[in-house]
Design a protein around this ligand. Structure first.
Ligand code: MEV
Length: 370
C-alpha cells in the first residue's frame, strides 16, 4: 500500500522545565522533561511555498525559516502542515518542538551525503566529528542515505537551537531544543557530570553547556499537571526583560546563582527518587523567579489554586504568562483546582519519547545530486 505521495512527516514532544529556566541562559544548571503533548510537521512537494494552506511568509515563521535556510536552501517549494496539542507561546517548548520536527522532516526528505559511515554533510555537536555544513558536492565515492536512517537527534537539536537563538536575539540555551529532540529528561550543566549520561557540548556567545540525559527515579504515581493561563508571553521578551534587570542591577546575579543551587538539589532529589524534595525545590525555584519579576497575576492565581494538592508548583518556561506546572500524586484534584481558578489543564507523565519519524516512504523528496 502507498501512503499519500511526496510527503515526509515527523513529530516532537513539548517540554517543561522543572528547575533552572532563565538561569540556564547564564550557564547555571537546569532540568527539563519531555511532555506527552506533541507537534507534528508534515511536508509535501508543492507548486509554491505554503504553510497550513496559506502562502508562506517567512517573517511570520522565524523558526521554520531559520531551519529552511540551513537545510533546504535552493530546495523545491513545499507545503508545510503543522498540527499538535502544544499551545503556542506558553512556555511548553512549542517553538523548539516545531523546529525539531521540521528539521527531522526536512532531513528525511533531503537525505544525507555519506562517505562510508561518515557524514559528508550535516550539523554535528560532537567536537570530534565536525562535518561539512555547506551545499552538497558531488564527491566521488559518496552516497546518499535518506528517510529515517538519515535523521539524527543531535543534528535536529542543533538546528532547533540555532533557530531559537535567532528568534531570541542571540540569547538561548539548548535546553528546550535538546529536550524536544531527545525526549525523556535532559540536564544542562557548566561541566560534564560523570554520574549522568553526557550527550554533547553546546556553546553560544561565550556560554558553554554540557548536555546530559538522565532517567529520573520517580514513582509511577507522580504526575505533572500543566495549567495554561492563556496569556501569551514570547520568550524573547522575557529573556530581554531579565537581561535588562541584570544589566541595571549586577548584584542580582546572586539570585541567578541561587536558582543554580536549587536546580542541583532538585536534580539530586530526582535521581534519588525523593518526590517530596523534588516538589520543594520546584516551589523554591518559583519564589526566586517571581522575585525577579518573571511571574504574573494569572500565573500566581493558578499556582495558589494548585498548591494545596501538590508536592511542588512553579511557573515553567519563560513566565510572564504561559504555563505553570504542579507535581502531584492526585492529578484529578490538582487539575480541577486549576480549572476552577480559570486555567486550562493538561496532564503528562514524567518524561515522554523524543522526536519520531512518522512517514518517510516517499523520501527523498529532493534529489539533491541532480
Ligand atoms: C524557555 O523555555 C527557557 C528559557 O530559559 C530560555 C532559554 O533557555 O533559552 C527562559
Amino acid at each position: 500500500m502507498h501512503g499519500p505521495s511526496n510527503m515526509a512527516q515527523a513529530s516532537a514532544p513539548g517540554k517543561c522545565i522543572l528547575f533552572g529556566e532563565h538561569a540556564v541562559v547564564y550557564g547555571q544548571p537546569a532540568v527539563a522533561i519531555a511532555l506527552d503533548q506533541r507537534i507534528t510537521v508534515n511536508i509535501n512537494l508543492s507548486k509554491d511555498w505554503r504553510i497550513d494552506g496559506m502562502r508562506f511568509n517567512s517573517s511570520k515563521h522565524p523558526h521554520i525559516n531559520a531551519i529552511l535556510q540551513r537545510i533546504w536552501e535552493n530546495g523545491p517549494p513545499l507545503s508545510i502542515k503543522i498540527t499538535g496539542n502544544i499551545p503556542p507561546a506558553s512556555g511548553l517548548g512549542s517553538s523548539a518542538a516545531l523546529s525539531v520536527a521540521t528539521s527531522a522532516a526536512l532531513r528525511c526528505a533531503r537525505g544525507r551525503q555519506m562517505d562510508g559511515d561518515r557524514w559528508q554533510e550535516g550539523f554535528s555537536a560532537s567536537k570530534l566529528n565536525n562535518v561539512y555544513s555547506g551545499p552538497w558536492e558531488n564527491k566521488s565515492g559518496s552516497r546518499i542515505i535518506h528517510g529515517t536512517k538519515s535523521v539524527d537527534n543531535d543534528e535536529c537539536a542543533i538546528l532547533a537551537h540555532a533557530a531559537e537563538a535567532e528568534a531570541q536575539g542571540g540569547k538561548a540555551s539548548p535546553l528546550d531544543s535538546s529536550t524536544c529532540s531527545h525526549g525523556g529528561c535532559i540536564v544542562l550543566k557548566g561541566q560534564i557530570d560523570k554520574k549522568l549520561n553526557w550527550l554533547y557540548q553546546r556553546s553560544l556567545h561565550g556560554v558553554d553547556w554540557e548536555v546530559h540525559s538522565v532517567t529520573p527515579n520517580m514513582d509511577n504515581d507522580v504526575w505533572l499537571v500543566i495549567g495554561a493561563t492563556g496569556v501569551h508571553a514570547p520568550t524573547s521578551r522575557q529573556v530581554a526583560k531579565l537581561a535588562k534587570l541584570l544589566e541595571d542591577n549586577p548584584d542580582r546575579m546572586a539570585e541567578i546563582e541561587t536558582i543554580g543551587i536549587i536546580a542541583k538539589r532538585g536534580l539530586d532529589a530526582l535521581l534519588s527518587g525523593d518526590v517530596y524534595a523534588v516538589g520543594r525545590a520546584m516551589s523554591e525555584n518559583h519564589l526566586i523567579l517571581r522575585n525577579l519579576g518573571l511571574s504574573c497575576p494569572e500565573l500566581e492565581t493558578l499556582i495558589s489554586a494548585a498548591a494545596p494538592t501538590s508536592l511542588g508548583v512553579k511557573l515553567t518556561g519563560a513566565g510572564g504568562g504561559g504555563c505553570m506546572i504542579a507535581l502531584t500524586k492526585n492529578p484529578k484534584a490538582t487539575s480541577e483546582a486549576i480549572e476552577l481558578a480559570g486555567g486550562r489543564t493538561m496532564i503528562s507523565q514524567f518524561g515522554s519519547a523524543g522526536l519520531s519519524i512518522e512517514n518517510s516512504e516517499d523520501c527523498p523528496l529532493w534529489n539533491v545530486s541532480e
